[in-house]
Ligand binder design. Structure first.
Ligand SMILES: *Cc1c(COP(=O)(O)O)cnc(C)c1O
Length: 376
């Protein structure tokens, strides 16, 4: 059994995939070119944002956003405590200060109430200036953007959507990642829209911003590559990856329907008091980057891990350590964050295998194993 079956997906798409890769090889253009442009246009169209600027990975996408907004020393960026390291890392990398905010118990995304408190506390302390809020579309579910947007407007803050896991998410029919002033995505192979290596992109509705981002990801280029108007980085999506992504994007909606069906099987089979299933708020849809359940306590999670290992069921623990407890932040003020929900989630969550090619028997077998361990 596979956690996310990329081999099966390749078998299904093999013919188109090989033709797409060969066309790039035959063209001799391996960086930029029409295949990258075509993919950016198709993805901007799908997400329904005016501009998509591709780059080398989802981490660079966040860094490029901070560069474009000139975020740096003395600036505070509000990041959920429960997320992948890159969300907080890129803030510190920009020499700004991450402020970790607790998440909601049921959705695992940034808690608007906790955000408001963190902004107030930061303003009161007066050491760093609130500038950006970075909600994360955790496990494929968009954060509470309506509430968070209102708070950003109230305090005059920019919103950066870390949509690395967000493809396939929706709020009232509007696709993620399109909710931020800038929104980002990752094409890491196991993400909902993954390539065959590293890749990422940034979304914006502003033409000037898109042009600035395009400059920043090619050494701050000006009118041409050897006219350097500003300090940038080298962060581009390979042409082969763009061609691969175009093939994957063409089946994305179809795969999304399948993955939501698999999630609904888990939902039906896992109605037991010892486990909470993912909550999808009214009007929201998840892309199920992960199907993550929460056990009643750490002991039950340990029992589940042993049972999974015995039966060779793959699983993931996303994430085992709250951001504020990461060693890398130990000497920074952000290590003092108070995030009890995240601390508890890190001890009780476990992600189950999910992908569009999963069989009903597999979902049944996994659910049965969970039920057996729950009733012990
Ligand atoms: C994967 C991920 C990233 C980083 O993306 P890469 O393409 O691996 O650099 C950032 N934020 C979150 C929430 C992620 O899940």
């Amino acid at each position: 059994m596979e956690f996310r079956d990329l081999k099966k997906q390749y078998q299904v798409l093999k013919k188109e995939m090989e033709a797409a890769i060969q066309a790039v090889c035959a063209s001799g253009a391996f960086i930029s070119g029409p295949a990258v442009q075509a993919f950016e246009d198709a993805l901007a169209d799908y997400v329904d944002v005016r501009h998509c600027v591709s780059c080398a990975n989802g981490t660079d996408a966040l860094t490029l956003a901070f560069m474009a907004w000139d975020i740096g020393p003395g600036d505070a960026v509000f990041v959920p405590d429960f997320t992948f390291f890159a969300s907080g890392e890129t803030v510190a990398f920009a020499c700004a200060e991450p402020v970790f905010v607790d998440v909601c118990e049921d959705t695992f995304t940034m808690d608007p109430q906790a955000l408001r408190q963190a902004i107030k506390a930061t303003l009161q302390e007066g050491r760093v200036k609130p500038r950006v809020v970075m909600p994360v579309d955790m496990f494929g579910l968009p954060a509470d953007y309506p509430s968070i947007r209102a708070i950003c407007e109230e305090y005059g803050l920019l919103m950066l959507e870390d949509g690395a896991q967000g493809m396939g998410g929706e709020i009232n029919g509007k696709h993620a990642p399109s909710f931020g002033d800038l929104s980002t995505v990752s094409f890491f192979p196991a993400k909902p829209l993954g390539c065959y290596g590293d890749g990422g992109a940034i979304f914006s509705n502003d033409e000037g911003m898109a042009a600035l981002l395009r400059s920043l990801c090619v050494h701050g280029k000006g009118s041409h590559k050897y006219d350097n108007a500003r300090i940038g980085i080298n962060s581009r999506l390979d042409t082969i990856q763009a061609a691969i992504l175009s093939v994957k994007l063409s089946v994305f909606e179809k795969e999304l329907i399948s993955i939501r069906k698999i999630a609904s099987w888990y939902d039906e089979l896992l109605i037991i008091p010892e486990v909470s299933r993912p909550i999808i708020p009214k009007g929201y849809e998840s892309g199920y980057a992960q199907y993550t359940i929460r056990t009643c306590d750490e002991k039950m999670r340990n029992r589940l891990i042993s049972a999974f290992q015995k039966k060779e069921i793959p699983y993931g623990i996303y994430y085992p350590i709250p951001m504020h407890m990461q060693k890398s932040f130990a000497t920074m003020p952000c290590s003092k964050a108070h995030c009890p929900t995240t601390e508890n989630l890190c001890k009780t969550v476990i992600s189950l295998p999910i992908h569009p090619y999963m069989k009903e028997e597999e979902v049944e077998m996994i659910s049965k194993t969970i039920k057996e361990e729950g009733s012990l």
